[in-house]
Design a protein around this ligand. Structure first.
Ligand code: 5GP
Length: 197
């Protein structure tokens, strides 16, 4: 998605060979207009998948997921990273290690919001080693629902997540795919002739 790549190149900061900081439009301050375009793009890409629910993880997945939910007219459920006193229903859970925070969280969603009749689109801000996405896949599968696809805003293709998800036979669509963050520069994977022009 050209608009997103331009935004990353203009406002993103490469913190190391593995970490990109996008606090100014996605992870702290949020650019609503860009999120709306991201939502439209996910809706366009997954239009044929008969999605009934979107599942994401707090906090940075929520903005793109809500915009996609608005465009697709489906509810959005976000997994919590900490147990909430108000979350008293039976829970679907998974354990997720975050390499950016160096911490492990037991993530959960209430089992009353996803069931076996659902076709779920999982959305997240970043795909790195795939821990968060795999945790979300496990939780959705515990409910008996079908994972119809995974939509990622920024995929760091040089890490292992995309491969792990493809190996499970899951459709993964990423709006920006980063080949490398070496030398403080963002290099994208270009696969689409239109985008090369
Ligand atoms: P994974 O679980 O795929 O290893 O990492 C995905 C999660 O870690 C995302 O939900 C995101 O919050 C965080 N993350 C991974 N890589 C980056 C990065 O380069 N920059 C930022 N800001 N977050 C990242």
């Amino acid at each position: 998605m050209r608009l997103l790549e331009e935004k990353i190149s203009k406002d993103g900061r490469v913190l190391s060979e593995n970490v990109l900081k996008v606090d100014s439009f996605l992870n702290h301050r949020i650019d609503p207009q860009l999120m709306l375009e991201i939502g439209k793009e996910f809706a366009r890409i997954f239009a044929g998948e008969e999605i009934t629910k979107i599942v994401t993880i707090e906090s940075s997945g929520i903005a793109p997921a809500v915009m996609a939910g608005l465009q697709m007219n489906v509810p959005v459920i976000f997994a919590r990273k900490r147990k909430s006193l108000t979350l008293v229903d039976d829970l679907l859970t998974a354990t997720v290690y975050s390499f950016t925070k160096n911490e492990t969280n037991e993530i959960s969603i209430s089992n009353k919001y996803v069931d076996k009749s659902d076709r779920v689109l999982i959305i997240d801000d970043f795909l790195a080693n795939g821990e968060a996405a795999l945790g979300l896949v496990k939780m959705v599968q515990q409910s008996g629902a079908k994972v119809a696809g995974i939509g990622i805003v920024i995929e760091k293709s040089f890490q292992q997540g995309a491969k792990k998800l493809h190996d499970l036979g899951i459709r993964v669509e990423s709006l920006a795919r980063i080949a490398s963050l070496a030398n403080g520069e963002v290099t994208y994977i270009k696969e689409n002739v239109e985008e090369l022009i």
